[in-house]
Design a protein around this ligand. Structure first.
Ligand code: HEM
Length: 596
C-alpha cells in the first residue's frame, strides 16, 4: 500500500502550462504569416515575423493584465463596490516587495512585511506580486464575512499548498467528507484522553527534572513538542512514537553538549524534523505567490520531508487496516459499530468508515498537523509568558493548589472551575495565536465589508487570495483597548471582557470560526490545561536561561524600544504554518517541595 501522489517536481507542470498559454500569441503570429503566404501569396520578411512572434508574447500578456484590470473595475462598479487601496512597488513585477516580504519573514518581527502599510492603507488593502493581486486584512468584520457569514464564497483554494500536505487544504465536497468522518470522534470528552495526558506529562516532567537536578537548562519547546507528539500519535493511532524516551537536547553552551550532539537521532526526532521541514516549505510557498514554482522547477522541496513522514505513517495505517479487515472477517466489527468505545483511537474510528489508504493517510496527517504543533506552541508561549511575568505564575499556581491540590490528577470539573487558568491560556492565544496568519480564496466575484463603516463595500474578484492575520488583529488597540499590546490575563476576567470581546467576538479567533472552526478546540483546552496544572504542581519557580539561548536566536537590540510585548521579547517568535520560538525556549525550574 502506498499513498503516493505526484512524481514530477511541482514547479515543472505549472511552468509548462504557463509557457504553453503564453506562447499561444507567438504561434498565432507564425500561423497568420503562413496563411498570408498560402492564401494571398504575401510574404512578410523573416526578421519581421520573428520580431512579431517575440513581441506578441509580452504585448498579449500586458493586454491580458490590462483587460483583467478593466474587467475588475467594471464588475466592481456594477456591484456598487470599490477596490481597496493598493500597495505598489518600484521595480519590475514588484520584485522589490517580494524581496522585502522575504527579508522581513527571515529577519523581522512577526507580521512585518506583508502588513507594513496597514496604518497608511487601512485594514483591508491589496498588494501585487508579479501581476497577481492578493488582499491583506486585519479587520474582524472582513474575517467574519470570509470565515462565517459568507463562508461558501471562499475556499482554502491554495492548490500549491495542497500539492504537499494532504487535505489540510481540501475544499468543497472533499473537505465536507473529511470533516463529517472525523467530527463524531471529537463530539464528546473521553476520559481516556486524561489518562493518556497524565502518562505523557509525567514522563515529560520527569525528564525535565532530571536535567534541572544536574544544573542544566531545558529547551521547553522541545520537551513539550515531544509530549504533544507522543500524546497525538497515541490518541490518533493507539501507537506512541515515544519521542520522550530519547535524551532531551543540551544547550549549545552546556559542557555536556559536544558528545551529546554526536548521537544518532531517533525515529521520532527524524519524524518531527521532517514534519517541521514540510511545513516550512509550505510557508515559503505561501509567501511568494506563484513565483515559488520557479524555485521548485526541478526539485520538490517538500518531497524528502514527506518521504520520512510517510515512512512513519504507512506501517501504522497498514496495520490498522489489516486489523480491521480481520475483525470484520470474524464478524466482530458489526457488534462494535453502534457502541461507544471509550478506548477507541481516531484511527480505529476511521477504519470503520473507510479502508482507502489515501483517505486514511490524509485524514490522520491532517489531524497530526492540526493538533500537534498548535498545542505545543501555545504551551511554549504560556511558559515563556509566565517566566516573564512571575506574578502570573504565582497566581496561577495558587489556583492550581487550591482547586486541584499539590499532587492530585486534574479532572474535567477541576479544569472547568479554573477561571484564571482559562484566562492565562486565552491571553497566550491572544498575543501568540498558534496559527498567526491564514489565507482564503474567493471562488466568485463578490464583495467584502468596508473597514470604514460609512464606506461602500469592497470588491474582491474571483480567484483572489485574501490573507488575514489573527496575530495582528489580536493586538489592535481599537479592538482590545489601550493596553492591547500588554500581557494581562485579567482582561478575560474584569469589565474589559464584556466591553471588548463579548461585544465583538470575532476579534478573538485563534481557532478560526464558522463551519471550518477547529475540531480539536476542546481537546486542546483540556490537553493544555492538564499539562499546565501538572507543571505547576511540580515546579514552584520558572525562569528563562538566556545564556542557553543560541546567539543567533536573541532578539535584535532595536526591538527593546518597541511598545508592548515586542519591546519585552527575550526570544524571537517565528512561524511556518504555526508559531514557534526560534532556537528553542531555554528554561530552568525549581521543584516544588511536596507535602507527604
Ligand atoms: C491551541 C491549539 C489549537 C489551535 C490554536 C488550533 C487552531 C486551528 C485553526 C486556526 C484551524 C483552522 C485552519 C484553517 O481552516 O485554515 C484549525 C483547524 C483544525 N484543527 Fe485545530 N487548533 C488547535 C488544536 C487542535 C487539536 C489538538 C486538534 C486535534 C486533535 C485540532 C484539529 C483540527 C482540525 C481537524 C482542523 C480542520 C478543521 C476543518 O478544516 O474542518 N486542532 N485549528
Amino acid at each position: 500500500m502506498r499513498a503516493t501522489r505526484r512524481m514530477l517536481p511541482p514547479g515543472l507542470p505549472f511552468i509548462m502550462r504557463r509557457l504553453a498559454v503564453n506562447l499561444i500569441p507567438a504561434l498565432v503570429v507564425s500561423l497568420a504569416s503562413r496563411l498570408l503566404r498560402v492564401l494571398f501569396d504575401f510574404q512578410l520578411p523573416k526578421l519581421a515575423v520573428l520580431l512579431l512572434e517575440i513581441l506578441s508574447v509580452p504585448v498579449v500578456y500586458i493586454s491580458r493584465i490590462q483587460l483583467r484590470k478593466w474587467r475588475v473595475r467594471r464588475a466592481a462598479a456594477q456591484m456598487g463596490a470599490v477596490l481597496p487601496p493598493h500597495w505598489d512597488g518600484q521595480r519590475f513585477g514588484n520584485v522589490d516587495l517580494l524581496n522585502h516580504f522575504l527579508e522581513r519573514f527571515q529577519n523581522g518581527y512577526l507580521g512585518e512585511g506583508f502588513w507594513d502599510r496597514i496604518d497608511e492603507l487601512g485594514h483591508l488593502h491589496s498588494v501585487s506580486l508579479f501581476w497577481e493581486t492578493f488582499y491583506v486584512t486585519t479587520d474582524a468584520n472582513v474575517v467574519k464575512t470570509v470565515l462565517a457569514t459568507e463562508f461558501s464564497d471562499y475556499e482554502k483554494g491554495v492548490t500549491h499548498l495542497r500539492a504537499t500536505l494532504c487535505v489540510f487544504n481540501a475544499d468543497g465536497d472533499l473537505w465536507k467528507f473529511h470533516r463529517q468522518m472525523t467530527r463524531p470522534y471529537f463530539s464528546r470528552d473521553r476520559i481516556s484522553h486524561f489518562e493518556l495526558f497524565d502518562r505523557h506529562s509525567e514522563l515529560a516532567i520527569k525528564k525535565m527534572k532530571e536535567r534541572f537536578r544536574g544544573g542544566h537548562a531545558v529547551d521547553f519547546q522541545d520537551a513539550i513538542s515531544r509530549f504533544t507528539l507522543d500524546s497525538a500519535t497515541e490518541f490518533l493511532f493507539g501507537k506512541c512514537v515515544h519521542s520522550l524516551d530519547s535524551d532531551l537536547p543540551y544547550a549549545y553552551n552546556d559542557a555536556v553538549a559536544p558528545g551529546h550532539g554526536a548521537r544518532e537521532s531517533s525515529v521520532a526526532e527524524r519524524f518531527a524534523t521532517a514534519f517541521a521541514g514540510a511545513q516550512h516549505v509550505v510557508s515559503i510557498r505561501s509567501r511568494t505567490g506563484w513565483v515559488w514554482h520557479l524555485r521548485e522547477l526541478f526539485k520538490d522541496d517538500s518531497a524528502e520531508h514527506m518521504r520520512v513522514v510517510d515512512a512513519f505513517l504507512q506501517p501504522i495505517l497498514e496495520e490498522a487496516i489489516a486489523k480491521n479487515r480481520a475483525a470484520k472477517g470474524q464478524g466482530a466489527i458489526e457488534a462494535k459499530e453502534g457502541e461507544e468505545d471509550e478506548d477507541e483511537t481516531l484511527l480505529d474510528h476511521l477504519v470503520k468508515i473507510t479502508d482507502d489508504p489515501v483517505v486514511l493517510h490524509d485524514e490522520t496527517l491532517n489531524i497530526l498537523i492540526a493538533g500537534r504543533d498548535t498545542t505545543a506552541a501555545t504551551l511554549t508561549y504560556a511558559v515563556y509568558l509566565m517566566s516573564l511575568y512571575p506574578e502570573v505564575f504565582k497566581r496561577l499556581r495558587a489556583e492550581v493548589l487550591e482547586k486541584v491540590g499539590p499532587t492530585q490528577m486534574p479532572t474535567f470539573e477541576d479544569i472547568r472551575g479554573m477561571k484564571y487558568l482559562r484566562a492565562v491560556i486565552n491571553e497566550t492565544l491572544r498575543l501568540y495565536p498558534a496559527v498567526p496568519f491564514n489565507v482564503r480564496v474567493a471562488n466568485r466575484d463578490t464583495t467584502l465589508p468596508n473597514p470604514d463603516p460609512n464606506g461602500p463595500r469592497v470588491f474582491i474578484p474571483e480567484r483572489t487570495a485574501i490573507s488575514y492575520s489573527v496575530f495582528l488583529m489580536h493586538r489592535r488597540k481599537d479592538y482590545w483597548g489601550p493596553d492591547a499590546l500588554e500581557f494581562d490575563p485579567d482582561r478575560w476576567l474584569d469589565e474589559r471582557l464584556n466591553k471588548y470581546f463579548t461585544a465583538n467576538p470575532f476579534i478573538f479567533v485563534p481557532f478560526n470560526a464558522g463551519p471550518r472552526i477547529c475540531l480539536g478546540q476542546q481537546f486542546a483546552y483540556n490537553e493544555m490545561s492538564f499539562f499546565l496544572i501538572r507543571l505547576l504542581q511540580n515546579f514552584s519557580h520558572i525562569e528563562l536561561d538566556l545564556s542557553a539561548q543560541p546567539p543567533d536566536a536573541r532578539p535584535p537590540s532595536e526591538w527593546a524600544s518597541a511598545e508592548g510585548q515586542k519591546g519585552k521579547e527575550k526570544i524571537i517568535p517565528k512561524c511556518h504554518l504555526t508559531l514557534y520560538v526560534h532556537g528553542g525556549l531555554w528554561v530552568k525550574m525549581v521543584e516544588a517541595e511536596r507535602e507527604v
